[in-house]
Design a protein around this ligand. Sequence first.
Ligand code: ATP
Ligand SMILES: Nc1nc2c(ncn2[C@@H]2O[C@H](COP(=O)(O)O)[C@@H](O)[C@H]2O)c(=O)[nH]1
Length: 399
Amino acid sequence: MPLIAEANASPPLLVVLSGPSGVGKDAVLSELRKLNRPWHFAVTATTRPMRPGERDGVDYIFLELDAFAKMRERDEFLECAEVYGRWYGVPRSQARDALRSGKDVFLKIDVQGAATIKWMAPEALLIFLIPPSLDELQQRLRGRMTESAPELERRLRTAGEELGLELRPRLPEWLKVQMPGSPRYIQLKELMRSQELHTVCEEAHCPNIGECWGRGTATFMILGDICTRRCHYCAVTTGRPIGIDLQEPKRLAETVKAMNLQYCVITSSPPFGSFHEYAPRAITTSRWSCWPRPRNSIRATVTKSGIIVGMGETAAEVLETMRDLRGVNCDLLTIGQYLRPSAKHIPIDRFYHPTEFEELRVAGLEMGFKHVASGPLVRSSYHADEQHDAAFVQLPIGS
Ligand SMILES: Nc1ncnc2c1ncn2[C@@H]1O[C@H](COP(=O)(O)OP(=O)(O)OP(=O)(O)O)[C@@H](O)[C@H]1O
Ligand SMILES: Nc1nc2c(ncn2[C@@H]2O[C@H](COP(=O)(O)O)[C@@H](O)[C@H]2O)c(=O)[nH]1
């Protein structure tokens, strides 16, 4: 079938224009109307008072709360929601009649409403408008002069949340982890607080915290929780360190004993040391490899490094970095997916598929690494005990 005929034969679209208040949804719709295409622009119902210049039935169907509630009871809304303390709803009949007549239908709704429509009608086309910045959004909203100061404040606060949500990409299935909350996790959290200790697990927002703490392992961060570096991918607080706590080693030792650990990772952040860097520049992490084994079981020093992927590097760069590490006799390697800690950090370039991590693991072993932990959720200390064991199994005594 020729393309145009096929396009004409396709079912009409339900188009949802969404985004924070004041971003310009009405402005876009007004431009679309000027195109004079056979589209239907839904007029939604609201309980908010009419603004100067607005017309009933054109800008909104303005209803008293009672009338709106009755329509809601009769299930006459395709979607309805309370937005900024007022009710808004899309009359079902309007959307249905227009779609039946073959017209594409445009809805202008808030972010929660758009999520509802997506759930009800996955085939709908969702368009989310994002302002160039929050400052610009503020200027647009102020310039419109339709909201009181508290209302303006409320809409801007909500906009911040909505944009934060939208900037966070949906995680693929293989990166979804359970919310931490096991009894062991809670117990460990209390222990860390009572002993005033810091962990990389918490400071770096590690996605494995629930799993690792649940099985009684943790990575301690000594000499403070402030890092002098300002790496654009790292969640650790940056600033000037505020002195050394001379009692920390004792409390740390007591905690490790109380946790009955078989294996323990201790690290510090700059200026006292470095615990990680981003790919493709990979760095070694220092590790406490002997304690609590008896002295005579100390066998060798093992070196380890980690790479975070998904920040825009190429596959060739990752492999080159791995070869460089082997070139300086690095023994153990971790490779994991970069996850953006907040909207202030650099965006994720892409998610590596688990099969790609497996390919990197195999490539690493072929290059001669003694152990390669490579997977979406792998972090520099993830299952460090297993890496340690793998390395020592392969190292002859006394090497
Ligand atoms: N691209 C733009 N650049 C500058 N100003 C804009 C732009 N788009 C819209 N505006 C202005 O910003 C203000 C808010 O736009 P608009 O009313 O269309 O937002 P909205 O997303 O429909 O808001 P709400 O959800 O609260 O109804 C208006 O004064 C509009 O003229
Ligand atoms: N969930 C829905 N949201 C709607 C609907 N109609 C409009 N809206 C949203 O409400 C806010 C506020 O609009 P305003 O005209 O008072 O500034 C705005 O973000 C609209 O997108 C609806 O039917 N459902």
